[in-house]
Design a protein around this ligand. Structure first.
Ligand SMILES: CC(C)(COP(=O)(O)OP(=O)(O)OC[C@H]1O[C@@H](n2cnc3c(N)ncnc32)[C@H](O)[C@@H]1OP(=O)(O)O)[C@@H](O)C(=O)NCCC(=O)NCCS
Length: 200
């Protein structure tokens, strides 16, 4: 069972209005930190070791076999973060990379974003991702001042859907056969939370 952090620490490093580094502490032993190019090897090794677990819902896991395969993703993430349009972070449990969480985009127009996440199998089942998503959600509303946060998951991905459900998101729709995984059509569940619905 994961203990929640008594104090949540938000330390975005900023130049002007641009956030260049996300560093969050969702629980005493858990840190979320933006990926950098120094993380290529550790990230690649974790994905490779968990390919069989991840690939069911994240088909990109099949394409990672060398640290260089992660470079475009991390470069895209650093670029996105430098423009204030989201981030991709590593989840570190007692200092070891355990998974990832991030904001796919930030829409200036609608002040909205979508959270995405995954964990290595050995770190599942203890509330790590719920704690991380709760902290990133708070970050969205308090630091980025967003109005809407979305989480999307395949209809049959009940472990992923349980996270927005635990955090009080509203199920806004189940888009039928709107998601492809390994060549097959799946339903797509869309969860949303608005700033005024967030309980802090
Ligand atoms: C989706 C994913 C991150 C969910 O992981 P998870 O371990 O179930 O989520 P959490 O870390 O929040 O842990 C929740 C589990 O810990 C338990 N738990 C223990 N202490 C807890 C606490 N303090 N708070 C919340 N849950 C706790 C919950 O009961 C739950 O277990 P259960 O599913 O047996 O009921 C993981 O399954 C995964 O990465 N899957 C593959 C990739 C993927 O699907 N990504 C999402 C694509 S949309």
């Amino acid at each position: 069972m994961l203990k929640s952090a008594k104090i949540k620490v938000y330390i975005p490093l900023q130049i002007g209005l641009i956030v260049i580094m996300v560093l969050l502490t969702p629980a005493p032993d858990v840190v979320i930190r933006s990926f950098t190019l120094d993380d290529l090897t550790e990230l690649c090794e974790l994905v490779k070791a968990n390919r069989a677990f991840l690939r069911e819902w994240l088909p990109w896991a099949d394409r990672i076999s060398d640290p260089r395969d992660e470079a475009p993703y991390i470069e895209m993430a650093m670029d996105k973060e430098s423009r204030g349009e989201g981030f991709e972070g590593g989840i570190y449990v007692r200092g070891i990379l355990a998974g990832s969480i991030g904001l796919h985009y930030i829409s200036e127009d609608t002040r909205s974003t979508e959270i995405g996440y995954w964990l290595a199998e050995q770190y599942t089942g203890s509330g790590v991702m719920t704690a991380c998503a709760r902290t990133v959600l708070a970050y969205c509303f308090t630091e980025y001042k967003l109005n809407r946060v979305e989480i999307r998951a395949a209809g049959a991905n009940l472990k992923s859907r349980a996270i927005p459900e635990r955090l009080g998101f509203r199920l806004e729709g189940l888009l039928r056969q709107f998601h492809t995984l390994h060549g097959k059509l799946h339903d797509l569940a869309i969860y949303g939370m608005l700033a005024h619905e967030w309980k802090g």
